[in-house]
Each structure stands twice: as structure tokens, then as C-alpha cells.
Design a protein around this ligand. Structure first.
Ligand code: FA5
Length: 337
């Protein structure tokens, strides 16, 4: 029995088979166990002799089984290590780095500029009330100038803001009247405009507001001039045109020069050679009054600019729709390393 068992152990190369051999000889119904069970039938002299022999045999078989098991396990591990080896000297997969959208870059650049001039950055709601979008800005119901900004209404009183100017009224209303207000507010605005190369139904604006005792039109002009020079350099021409907004008096619009082009590829700068980038003016006395300021004591200026148009001029982008269509061939050109 011992020889047969040891031979079986030696011949197998399979862990499962080895386990089966263990069961066959040493298990509950195994051959050696059977012999030990039958010992009751033996004479008193035979019992210790056979018993001891059986124990020795069991130990030998167990030792052989354990030894073989260890050998087989080691072999299996070796095979696993061989087949699952990772070559750490291989080059890795390149990870593609993302980057800020051109529009985000421009907005951040403008923010930095104004923060440098002492402005605070604020954010306001895109879903706005009729009151803050229009009425608090001197645009009562049925005022014809409401048509200047065709509006997406949600309910009678709620709308998608058509400009960031409601943040003028919100900021002034909340402000400590003994402190000057100096804020800019970037954000999305919505209008029922027909999309073309320079117009989008959803675009970005950055509002600016400065209220204090004795703020003058020349302060506005100086601020806009400093902004335009920093943004576009000395080669571009800047012009201020008289304009109209119900919430500023007097009002101006600022244009930046662009190279006039021709032909079918030309969309942005055909015609005049100027692109309007912002509206501005001195805060209207009615707007100051509605926000709790005495217009006899306080004055202020405000502006609202379109960063898409600014980016188009700065980087020669010929269609505003490039900003929204997520074509990576466009976007990747502006990723900074
Ligand atoms: C306004 O929205 C005023 N709230 C600006 C203002 C603020 C005036 C404070 C006075 C004081 P306007 O509708 O002109 O004005 O828009 C301002 C700027 O937003 C424009 O100069 C232009 O750069 C940009 N803009 C206007 N409409 C669009 C459009 N459909 N698509 C992209 N940019 C636009």
C-alpha cells in the first residue's frame, strides 16, 4: 500500500490529482483508514505492531504528499510570474492634457486686468426677474427699448437674463452706501437673436460698475482706454461713439478697428472696419435712486462687454459659432502648454 501510494504521488504533476490521492489513501473512506478501522479484529499482540506500522506509513505518505504539493505550487507560481510579467521599461501611453477653452482664457484675462484696478468679481443668476433685468434699469413695462434685447421669457416675471446689467442693480441695492462699489460680473446671457458670424442666441458678457462720490465720464474713458490698450496692444484703434441705453446717461459704445476683408471667407470685418465690443455710460440717476443712492451725492459708470467679440478680434477668429461647437481642431489651437 505504501509503495503504491508513494508511486502515485511521485507520478502526478497536477494539484487536483494530488488531492485525490490524499483522499484515496488518507481520507475517511481511504485505504489506510480502512486498515486502522479493522484493527479491532486483531489479537492483542498484533494490535500495537500493526498500529505503529500504520502510523509510520501514514506519516510517510503525508510527508510525500506535502512535499509534492509544495513543489507543484512553486511551479504554478513560476508559470504565473513568467506569463504575467510586466515590462516596466516599455514607454507608457501618452496622457493627453486638456486646456482652458479660449473663452475661459479671455474671461480670466479680463478679470485679472480689472482685479488689478481694484475691482471685485461677482456672479449673478442666469434666470432673472423682470424687475432686475429691466425695471430696476429704468426700463419699465412697455418701454420701447425692451425690444433692443429680444427676450426668452419663462413666466410673466421670470426670464433668461438678456445682459449682465441686472447685477448693477443687485449689487448697488445690497451695498454699504458708505463704501465705493467696484465690481465686474462675468456670465452667460440669452437673447432671441438670429445666429450669424458675430451674433449668438447665448453668449457671454462681463459687466463692470464703479459707484462713488464724484465718479466722472473721464474716469470711464480712462478705464476703457487702459483696458483696450492692455487687451489689444497699441496697434489697434479704439473709438467711442455716442449711443443710447436706458440705464446710462450719457451712453457710449466702444469699437475696435479690424482689417477690412472681402470675398466669401470674410464675415467678421466686412464693411466698416470696426467691431463693437462694449456698451457703457454714466449710471442713470433713476437707476441710482431705485437702488437707494442719492444721485445728487453719488455718481457712477458702468459697462458691458462681449468677450467672444474680444477674443475674435484678438485671435482672428472669423465666426462666433466656433466657441460653441466644440471642434477640437479649433479649440486645440489655443491650448497653452
Ligand atoms: C448691453 O447688453 C448693455 N447691457 C451694455 C451696457 C452695460 C451698457 C452697462 C451700458 C452700461 P449690448 O446689447 O450692446 O448692450 O451688448 C453689449 C455687448 O455684448 C456688445 O457690445 C457685444 O460685444 C456683445 N453682444 C451683444 N449681442 C451679442 C450677440 N448676439 N452675440 C454675441 N455678442 C453680443
Amino acid at each position: 500500500l505504501k509503495t503504491a501510494a508513494l508511486e502515485a504521488v511521485q507520478q502526478t504533476n497536477d494539484e487536483k490529482e494530488l488531492q485525490q490521492i490524499r483522499v484515496n489513501y488518507l481520507g475517511k473512506k481511504g485505504e489506510l483508514t480502512g486498515i486502522l478501522r479493522g484493527m479491532g479484529k486483531l489479537s492483542a499482540e498484533e494490535r500495537p505492531v500493526i498500529g505503529e506500522l500504520a502510523n509510520v506509513v501514514r506519516e510517510e505518505i503525508t510527508a510525500a504528499l506535502d512535499e509534492k504539493k509544495a513543489v507543484l505550487e512553486e511551479k504554478a507560481l513560476e508559470i504565473q510570474l513568467q506569463t504575467e510579467k510586466i515590462d516596466i521599461s516599455l514607454p507608457g501611453y501618452p496622457v493627453k492634457r486638456g486646456g482652458a477653452h479660449l473663452l475661459t482664457q479671455i474671461v480670466e484675462e479680463i478679470e485679472d486686468l480689472f482685479v488689478g484696478m481694484g475691482y471685485e468679481i461677482k456672479e449673478g443668476p442666469e434666470v432673472e426677474t423682470d424687475y432686475f433685468n429691466f425695471e430696476a434699469l429704468n426700463l419699465p413695462k412697455n418701454h420701447p427699448a425692451r425690444d433692443m434685447q429680444d427676450t426668452f421669457y419663462l413666466t410673466n416675471e421670470l426670464l433668461m437674463r438678456t445682459h449682465t446689467s441686472p447685477m448693477q442693480a443687485r449689487t448697488m441695492q445690497k451695498s454699504d452706501k458708505n463704501q465705493p462699489v467696484k465690481m465686474i460680473c462675468p456670465g452667460k446671457v440669452y437673447r432671441r437673436d438670429t445666429d450669424d458670424a458675430t451674433h449668438s442666441h447665448q453668449f457671454t458678457q462681463i459687466e463692470g460698475l464703479y459707484v462713488d462720490r464724484d465718479v466722472k465720464m473721464s474716469d470711464l474713458k480712462g478705464t476703457l482706454d487702459a483696458f483696450a490698450k492692455a487687451m489689444f496692444g497699441k496697434d489697434r484703434k479704439i473709438r467711442l461713439r455716442p449711443s443710447f441705453f436706458p440705464f446710462t446717461e450719457p451712453s457710449v459704445e466702444m469699437d475696435i478697428s479690424c482689417k477690412v476683408c472681402g470675398g466669401t471667407g470674410c464675415r467678421v470685418c466686412k464693411g466698416t472696419g470696426w467691431i463693437e465690443i462694449l456698451g457703457a455710460g454714466m449710471v442713470h440717476p433713476n437707476v441710482l435712486r431705485m437702488a437707494g443712492y442719492d444721485p445728487e451725492e453719488f455718481t457712477g459708470f458702468a459697462f458691458g462687454m462681449g468677450p467672444e467679440r474680444i477674443a475674435m478680434l484678438k485671435y482672428g477668429v472669423d465666426d462666433i459659432r466656433h466657441f460653441y461647437t466644440n471642434d477640437t481642431r479649433f479649440l486645440n489651437q489655443y491650448h497653452k502648454a
